[in-house]
Design a protein around this ligand. Structure first.
Ligand code: UD1
Length: 379
């Protein structure tokens, strides 16, 4: 088709939904890839699930994401309150804008809330990162994944097991498209921009071995027993290697509420920092010796960077990072985690670089090409 014919095609409006920190990292390359397709008009809708500068605007700046066309300003609340507020506000937006498609990413409350609204207004939903399952319905994200995938018309997967889960749940094979991992597109693009941030130097860690920790899951920080297990882990590993811990507002809040903030601050070798912007974090990650996390995205990023990652959870929706990456699912029993950390620190870095299929930096191009086909009615 010639460019002239292409531009003569009617423009379709797509709403891209973001709300929380990991969404920004996923939407950035998709928005960039869609810029090459004038027949697709993109509106960015920010629910406001995350609102602190370091949790939101800092990511927009680092990743050069355009300002949202709409900001719903929903803020924090219980799951029901936050989800309901997003649904109520987004319904007004969808009714007035009448988009042809709604694209959601990941598994946060904003993902599910906007999918429900779109499905009820009969607007087809595209879910990027479909099919991931931890099998653990105590995780709010698992509920969000199941509901979103049940409602989506187009399910874009990042790995083979995503497709396997969807087929097992009865999703028609023609709705599933294996695109790869858009978060890795952002990582690959950002590495040259991250290095000049010189985070190790700024933290007086240049040339030294150090670890990075990120912990914010409700199962690890919401109750005292879980939080104390995490503290025991940090205290023991901090004796062996300095640990940089950019602390999520939820974790900070829980530490204070549980009267554990002093113990956290007193952890030997622990360097506490406010949440970091994306490029600062990637710079810190890329030269870390070990990572301790309960995040989903960081299991993926460390696998591509070839850094040992200890996932402090009992399950993961990203088993591919264990099979083909550098992730180790270690639970939260301090004895076991500390033993594994010592073993990894005494050994070598992960030997081979990750070769997970389609985690190649081009997933968002595949997403954009599929969206164009959807807009033309070809799929
Ligand atoms: C959300 C996602 C989680 C994702 C995480 C990344 C859901 C169910 N969870 O969890 O999957 O890994 O984002 O960060 O959607 N807060 C602030 N400032 C902010 C945002 C949050 O202070 O900008 C505090 C508030 O006290 C809030 C708490 O953090 O109540 C939790 O925020 P929320 O968006 O509900 O969930 P996250 O734990 O951030």
């Amino acid at each position: 088709m010639s460019i002239k014919e292409k531009s003569a095609a009617p423009t379709k409006l797509i709403h891209c939904i973001v709300g929380a920190r990991p969404n920004f990292v996923k939407i950035a390359p998709i928005m960039k890839a869609l810029e090459f397709h004038p027949e697709v008009k993109v509106n960015l809708i920010h629910t406001g699930q995350h609102y602190d500068h370091k949790m939101s605007e800092a990511f927009f700046e680092d990743l050069e994401i355009p300002k949202p066309d709409r900001h719903l300003n929903v803020g924090s609340g219980s799951h029901a309150v936050q989800t309901a507020r997003i649904m109520e506000s987004y319904e007004q937006v969808i009714l007035s804008d009448k988009p042809d498609l709604v694209l959601v990413v990941g598994d946060v409350n904003s993902t599910m809330a906007c999918s429900i609204v779109a499905a009820k207004e009969l607007v087809p939903v595209i879910h990027v990162e479909a099919g991931l399952r931890s099998g653990d319905r105590t995780m709010p994200e698992e509920i969000n994944r199941i509901v979103t995938d049940a409602l989506a018309s187009y399910l874009f997967t990042s790995c083979q097991d995503g497709e396997d889960h969807l087929l097992r749940e009865g999703v028609a094979p023609e709705k599933i498209h294996f695109v790869g991992n858009v978060m890795i597109d952002t990582l690959v693009d950002s590495l040259p921009l991250a290095a000049p941030k010189q985070m190790a130097d700024k933290l007086d860690l240049e040339g030294k071995r150090y670890a990075v920790a990120t912990i914010h899951r409700p199962s690890n920080v919401d109750d005292a027993a879980g939080f104390e297990r995490i503290l025991s882990i940090l205290e023991a590993i901090g004796e062996i290697i300095p640990i940089v811990f950019p602390i999520h507002p939820r974790t900070q809040g829980r530490a204070e509420a549980l009267d554990l903030a002093d113990r956290l601050r007193a952890c030997p070798g622990l360097i506490l920092s406010p949440p970091l912007a994306y490029l600062e974090f990637v710079d810190l990650l890329r030269t870390a010796r070990l990572v301790l996390t309960d995040s989903g995205g960081i299991q993926e990023e460390t696998s591509v960077l070839g850094i040992h990652c200890l996932t402090l959870r009992d399950n993961t929706e990203r088993p591919i990072t264990i099979k083909m990456g550098s992730n180790h699912l270690v639970g939260t029993d301090p004895g076991q985690v500390i033993e594994k950390a010592k073993e990894l620190l005494a050994g070598d870095r992960p030997k081979q670089h990750c070769q997970i299929p389609l985690w190649d930096g081009f997933a968002s191009e595949r997403v954009a090409n599929l969206i164009v086909k959807i807009c033309r009615g070809e799929i």
